[in-house]
Design a protein around this ligand. Sequence first.
Ligand SMILES: Cc1cc2nc3c(=O)[nH]c(=O)nc-3n(C[C@H](O)[C@H](O)[C@H](O)COP(=O)(O)OP(=O)(O)OC[C@H]3O[C@@H](n4cnc5c(N)ncnc54)[C@H](O)[C@@H]3O)c2cc1C
Length: 489
Amino acid sequence: MTAEHSDVIIVGAGLSGVGAAYRLQTECPDKTYTILEARDAIGGTWDLFRYPGIRSDSDMYTLSWPFRPWKNPKAIADGDDIRTYIREAADDYGIERHIQFGTRVVSAAWSTDDAMWTVTSTVAGKTVTQTASFLYLCSGYYSYDKGYTPELPGLDPFEGQVIHPQFWPEGLDYRGKEVVVVGSGATAVTLVPSMADEVKHITMLQRSPSYVMALPQEDKLADLMRNVLPDGFAHRAIRRKNAIFSIGMYQFCQRFPKASRKLLTRLAKKKLPEGYDIDPHFTPVYDPWDQRLCIVPNGDLFRTIRHGKASIVTDHIKSFDATGIELESGKHLDADIVITATGLQVVAFGQLELTVDGKAVDPHKLYVYKGLMFSGLPNFAWCVGYTNASWTLRADLSSQYVCRLINLLDKKGVDYGMPDPKGAGGDARPILDLTSGYVQRVVSDLPQQGQTSPWTIRQNWLLDSRDMKRTDLEQEMVFGKAKVPATAS
Ligand SMILES: Cc1cc2nc3c(=O)[nH]c(=O)nc-3n(C[C@H](O)[C@H](O)[C@H](O)COP(=O)(O)OP(=O)(O)OC[C@H]3O[C@@H](n4cnc5c(N)ncnc54)[C@H](O)[C@@H]3O)c2cc1C
């Protein structure tokens, strides 16, 4: 039996996959496409994570797509609202009927003779193969199967519950309980104020602090612009304004680490109670934006600390006993529930095993090309967002780039294009430039980047949005034709 064939297979029906489908059907209207999604729902991250208070920590004008205005007054939005935004888009644009749910892609094999990917998935325990001319991974950047939990020393005697936010038990009753959230990242600073009103007390236990900055949940200037300008125009203008603000903030932090450290610490101090120990609880050892900045809408974390419902402890876990955690300082934290907000397990390429003409591909040996393609991988791209700004700013540029490339292949009368592996090389450096643990743990499993364009991934939307739409698509690329002309299936 001939395998089902699509011009493009998109892996993943999250924010990136649905956005990619919209771009494909508008910019390559003659191409067929299929979205293969492991889960039974649209939305990816925004459907999976269900912990209390789950929300974006970047503003929604930049996390949403430029082609679909964000109309909700909340600029920092709840997970439910983001999920609805993605689902409604998939419905309105007729994307949902292209999605095959419950389809976990496990491998993809490229054949140069056929100029085709054979994509193997498991569906309800059975193996299914399909073919595609172009493979576009919109599979996100972390494992859906497991989160990251460091070893918790001496956990056995603990009689309470231990929960990872990625797998939040539905209906978990935490009213009146002692809760300890282990971690200091975006998830921890979201959970603490969201649970504080109902618990007996909540403690954020961190080994080392993060920079935390308060931003208004609603954007007054954006509201004004939305009131006076047509929807689409207002959305794009606010998106640009906010993207420029985040780039400005990032550049300021990176160029003037001392001044930005001082500023962030001063802003936090203003929101905390008189005499609060800023050091060590809000004074990270790294410089601002060497790791992602934690945003707290309307300063909710600071407010719960002021009200005494939450506290921060900077210490190390020595071991557990039946009633809680013993710290290295000798202190004891009572706990009925321990939440390990300790991060994600970053993975490359949706954990797919890739082969090219029968040879296994080692992701770490690949060089990234223009932030989305890879040396020696034909008709293949991986959609990843910015680390220092909203994911979608880059994801949407990637999808537009893929569409331009597919149209170029047709125009040139060729079947495939790939970044020339002979061009890549030089001093390799990590693809992600964050010092965060979740990045450092996996850096040797991820592709790398070179020193100069096009073998880099740039973290600057303003420059990318100028270049990605105009850049020479043939730069350091090789093109070719199938030996066996593809037959329509
Ligand atoms: C809690 C949390 C909060 C975040 N907040 C922000 C924020 O405020 N701003 C920001 O810019 N970014 C944020 N991010 C990053 C976030 O992941 C992106 O914003 C964005 O949602 C990524 O979309 P995506 O579609 O690329 O990936 P995902 O949302 O991860 O979706 C990937 C989809 O691909 C599917 N998939 C993966 N592998 C396979 C496979 N092998 N076969 C089939 N299907 C597969 C998954 O099931 C999933 O549905 C956050 C991440 C998390 C975890």
